[in-house]
Design a protein around this ligand. Structure first.
Ligand SMILES: [Fe+2]
Length: 308
């Protein structure tokens, strides 16, 4: 059955229905799902009924998943290293009162692309809502292909060959997390072109984020002024929509053609249980990262797994 698609903005963002993501999709439906995200950049699926397992399972449609490691694995409240914490709960399931963690999360309120601060980036983020705050917490999405198309030609020419330098710590610093610029410089910094061809559509797209601390080869202040100008341009109302979450919502976005930002909510008093899987941009590594999902493409194994 073909997907039912309701566009949110012209050519950007779609609410998709007519499909049960908890079941094996089969090649045709998988192709439709992949095509929808390539076309619209952000796809919203309501009332999915997904669990941690089926969330991970469905995410494998798009490729290999990013996994946490080291100390973060021990700190995680999830059973699966493929799940990234996007809420405000402790391992015990209580609202976290850790002031530093709250300050760090403030950086997510700035427009950004997930993982732009890593050399090997991620493409799709698949964020599933388990519990949502009573008010606030909407996620904003911005269309980086539409924004690129609308740039004046002089700006397109100016940025065509430029590269941005991205740091996770820099966006935390911008949002008020106590870290010095010297320490930002000592941390991980990754460099990526400001303009690239979006693999899913062949269209040109901006690849920018609040993680960008400078433009390679450009004087720092001049670079930061350009970064601000581009982010301000690309997040004008005509390129942006906000998603109001309900439990069971899954939103998929392609970090190679979008930016997003989290919305304010009362994170001291309101529970937000959101879990994200993230798809690696690069070809699969030679080993399967998690043997529990090695059988991803065998429907019989899938049935055995969901019944277990
Ligand atoms: Fe994010």
């Amino acid at each position: 059955m073909p997907l039912e698609i309701r566009e949110i903005l012209p050519g950007f963002g779609a609410e998709v229905s007519g499909i049960d993501l908890t079941q094996p999709l089969g090649p045709e439906a998988e192709a439709d799902v992949v095509d929808a995200i390539a076309r619209y950049g952000v796809c919203v699926y309501r009332n999915t009924g997904l669990t941690d397992r089926t969330h991970i399972w469905f995410s494998r449609t798009f490729g290999n998943l990013w996994t946490i490691g080291g100390q973060a694995t021990r700190a995680s409240r999830f059973d699966y290293p493929q799940l990234f914490e996007a809420g405000n709960l402790t391992r015990e399931g209580q609202i976290s009162q850790d002031e530093m963690a709250r300050k760090r999360r403030k950086g997510d309120r700035l427009w950004h692309t997930d993982s732009s601060f890593t050399r090997e980036r991620t493409t799709y983020s698949l964020l599933l809502a388990h519990e949502v705050p009573a008010e606030g917490g909407q996620t904003g999405f911005a269309d980086m292909r539409g924004a690129y198309d609308a740039l004046p030609q002089t700006m397109k020419d100016r940025i065509a060959d430029l590269e941005g330098e991205h740091s996770y710590n820099y966006s935390r610093m911008l949002a008020g997390f106590p870290i010095s610029e010297e320490d930002v410089e000592k941390g991980m910094i990754a460099r990526h072109k400001l303009v690239h061809v979006h693999p899913g559509s062949g269209r040109k797209s901006l690849y920018i984020a609040s993680h960008m601390l400078r433009i390679a080869g450009m004087e720092k202040e001049e670079g930061r002024a350009l970064i601000k100008e581009l982010i301000d341009f690309a997040t004008q109302p005509q390129f942006v929509f906000y998603h109001t979450w309900r439990p069971g919502d899954l939103v998929i976005w392609d970090n190679f053609c979008t930016m997003h930002r989290g919305g304010e909510y009362d994170d001291v008093h309101d529970r937000r249980d959101m879990r994200r899987t993230t798809v690696m941009a690069y070809p699969p590594p030679p080993v399967v990262l998690d043997p529990r999902f090695a059988d991803r493409f065998d429907p019989k194994q899938f049935e055995a797994m969901v019944e277990a």
